[in-house]
Design a protein around this ligand. Structure first.
Ligand SMILES: Nc1ncnc2c1ncn2[C@@H]1O[C@H](COP(=O)(O)OP(=O)(O)OP(=O)(O)O)[C@@H](O)[C@H]1O
Ligand SMILES: [Mg+2]
Length: 307
């Protein structure tokens, strides 16, 4: 799926500000952002439930704006809040959705069985939908999303409210779907969860895409602004003076026998700094850049510097 300068305004308010990104079959693409960032608005447009003000998105070249009917057959959307159907059994609920996708007869029965197998809902088939727990309901939501075997899955905060076990099970289902070649777009606030499951991630804030790419790539770019802790055996004062004068060093704090160095430079520049210190005869015992997880990246990128 390719998202191309997608924009959605509500009056003067810009909820989604010309964002572009893409993901392919087998990708699990994480869509991360604080409340009100524009995730749901974007996903609803991709699922053809809303139209963009400008811009477009395509699945295998087919536009969501121009061919919504065609797109609906290749996309499965799981909304953040699943509507509850009070008087339907689990199996009836899935059968109902299979019908809405035009499946009939044996194909419909097979589709319902197949998604119940996949999400292990068989034992619950005779349970009323409104009596399901949050975790079961989430699995039912995924089953419903898969009923027409779509190529692309758009899941709006599917892991929210799940306990750790349900979350791990849900993740295993997504990984299996990725192996089966589905392209998956998943939004969440649970950033560390996404870093484990997604291979690509985009961070959105106030409608703008702040960063997008493989988690490793984002990490590498952000490392240009890093904090390095350098430990010395002794001669800390001498080291302090030397480091302060080194190009790219923004600030230095002394903490015991360690220097905490704010440094702008990529990995090669950091290697050069270490080499410089060692060649200068200083007894370096430790040289550590702070490793960032997705949570750190998110906090760093969404500092509110960007409008
Ligand atoms: N129909 C609408 N009319 C007016 N404003 C809207 C409408 N739908 C969404 N918005 C606004 O657009 C912005 C983005 O909302 P959206 O629901 O896409 O955010 P989100 O990233 O999904 O947030 P959350 O994490 O809370 O789910 C919000 O400021 C919201 O108030
Ligand atoms: Mg939302």
């Amino acid at each position: 799926m390719e998202v191309d300068r997608l924009e959605r305004r509500f009056g003067d308010f810009v909820a989604v500000d010309r964002i572009s990104f893409g993901f392919r079959a087998g990708d699990i693409f994480g869509f991360v952002g604080p409340n009100g960032a524009g995730k749901t608005t974007t996903m609803r447009i991709l699922a053809t439930l809303d139209a963009p003000t400008t811009g477009d998105a395509r699945v295998n070249g087919v536009s969501v704006v121009d061919y919504p009917d065609e797109i609906r057959s290749s996309i499965g959307f799981m909304p953040d809040h699943l509507s509850v159907y009070t008087n339907l059994y689990v199996e009836e609920y899935l059968d109902f959705f299979a019908r809405t996708y035009g499946l009939s007869g044996r194909r419909r029965r097979e589709a319902v069985q197949s998604v119940m197998d996949f999400t292990e809902l068989h034992s619950l088939r005779r349970k009323m939908c409104d009596t399901l727990s949050k975790g079961m309901r989430q699995r039912l939501g995924l089953a419903r999303t898969l009923i027409h075997d779509p190529k692309v899955l758009i899941l709006d905060e599917p892991a929210s409210g799940l306990d750790p076990r349900a979350r791990i099970e849900f993740r295993a289902l997504l990984e299996e779907l990725s192996r089966r070649g589905k392209g998956i777009l998943i939004s969440s606030h649970i950033l560390t969860e996404l870093s484990e499951i997604c291979n690509v991630v985009a961070i959105i804030e106030r409608g703008k895409l702040l960063t997008c790419g493989a988690i490793e790539e984002i990490r590498k770019n952000l490392r240009r602004h890093s904090v390095i802790r350098i430990g010395f055996l002794d001669r800390i004062e001498e080291a302090h003076k030397k480091v302060m004068l080194y190009p790219g060093v923004q600030a230095v704090r002394v903490a015991g026998k360690e220097l905490e160095v704010e440094f702008v430079g990529d990995e090669a520049a950091r290697a050069a700094l270490l080499k410089n210190l060692v060649q200068g005869g200083l007894p370096v015992v430790q040289f550590a850049g702070h490793e960032q997880n997705l949570e750190d990246i998110f906090m760093e990128v969404t500092k509110g510097q960007v409008q």
